[in-house]
Design a protein around this ligand. Structure first.
Ligand code: MF3
Ligand code: CO
Length: 262
């Protein structure tokens, strides 16, 4: 297992792929509202994939083969929720949408949690904190920092609010494959881990639980839920490390060294 560092040309190709991912994720998230099924959200992504002539990174992935192009995870579902016709979104639900695809043979992967209808204060705070934890992690994605600086930023932010970070799922290197080395943990000790170098491209994806960090996988073989059934939120961006600083490829407003904003 070796890290594949990317040239600036390859990163520019990944940016193109990532902008498509950002657009499709936007489209799906805009459709989140009470009364809509998670299957309907997946259908929107399928239509967009066709229109954009990209290839799903999720469909058919792993064992048992993942059966959809999005993961839609509601409330106590952390990640890998399989879209279903009978899973209907209600007001106040935390809806985590995860989407990845290939363009020019390059993968990009991004996720965000949105709240359907009227947010509860608990839900809003968890979502805001998880989003902020990713922004703090992105700020650590600079040459000569260490990989655990990234996870430590997520962990510090989440735990300061009394939340916990999921440990059994991780972020990852990304490029010609969706999952490359290195794994990117959402916890760590500042100053430890591999040195971050120019050309590293990683998907950083904090999963933050309101309660305990324990995870259970449902009988469908995919859907991961919090063991205590507390709420969970998930944000993910694909980030390239350049000499100028982080370039958040799945964020349209970002440029090399400028993280931008969601
Ligand atoms: N974004 C997730 C990840 O990085 C989703 C992939 S799960 C899949 O692992 F099965 F749908 F591909
Ligand atoms: Co990912």
């Amino acid at each position: 297992m070796k890290i594949v560092y990317k040239s600036l040309d390859e990163i520019r190709q990944m940016r193109e792929s990532a902008l498509v991912v950002a657009g499709i994720l936007d489209e799906v998230c805009r459709a989140v509202e009470p009364g809509v099924s998670t299957w309907e959200l997946d259908r929107i992504a399928r239509a967009a994939i066709k229109r954009e002539s990209v290839v799903s990174a999720f469909l058919g992935y792993a064992q048992p083969p993942y059966p959809a192009v999005t993961c839609i995870s509601i409330n106590e579902e952390i990640v890998h929720g399989i879209p279903r016709k009978d899973k209907i979104i209600r007001s106040g639900d935390l809806v985590s949408v995860d989407f990845g695809s290939f363009k020019h043979g390059m993968c990009a992967d991004s996720a965000r949690t949105v709240i359907a209808g009227t947010a509860t204060p608990e839900g809003q705070k968890l979502v805001d904190t998880t989003r902020r934890s990713l922004d703090l992690a992105i700020a650590q994605c600079v040459v000569d920092n260490r990989l655990e600086d990234v996870g430590a930023a997520v962990q510090g932010c989440a735990e300061a609010e009394g939340y916990s970070v999921v440990r059994v799922f991780v972020g990852h290197g990304i490029g010609r494959r969706m999952h490359e080395d290195p794994p990117v943990h959402n916890y760590g000790t500042p100053g430890r881990g591999k040195r971050i170098k120019r050309g590293l491209v990683i998907a950083v994806e904090p999963m933050v639980n309101a309660g305990s960090p324990e995870v259970e996988v449902l009988d469908d073989g995919w859907t991961a839920v919090t063991k205590d059934r507390s709420l969970s939120a998930h944000f993910e961006h694909t980030i390239a490390i350049t000499d100028e600083g982080p370039w958040v490829l799945t964020r349209p407003s970002s440029s090399p060294g400028n993280p931008g904003h969601d």
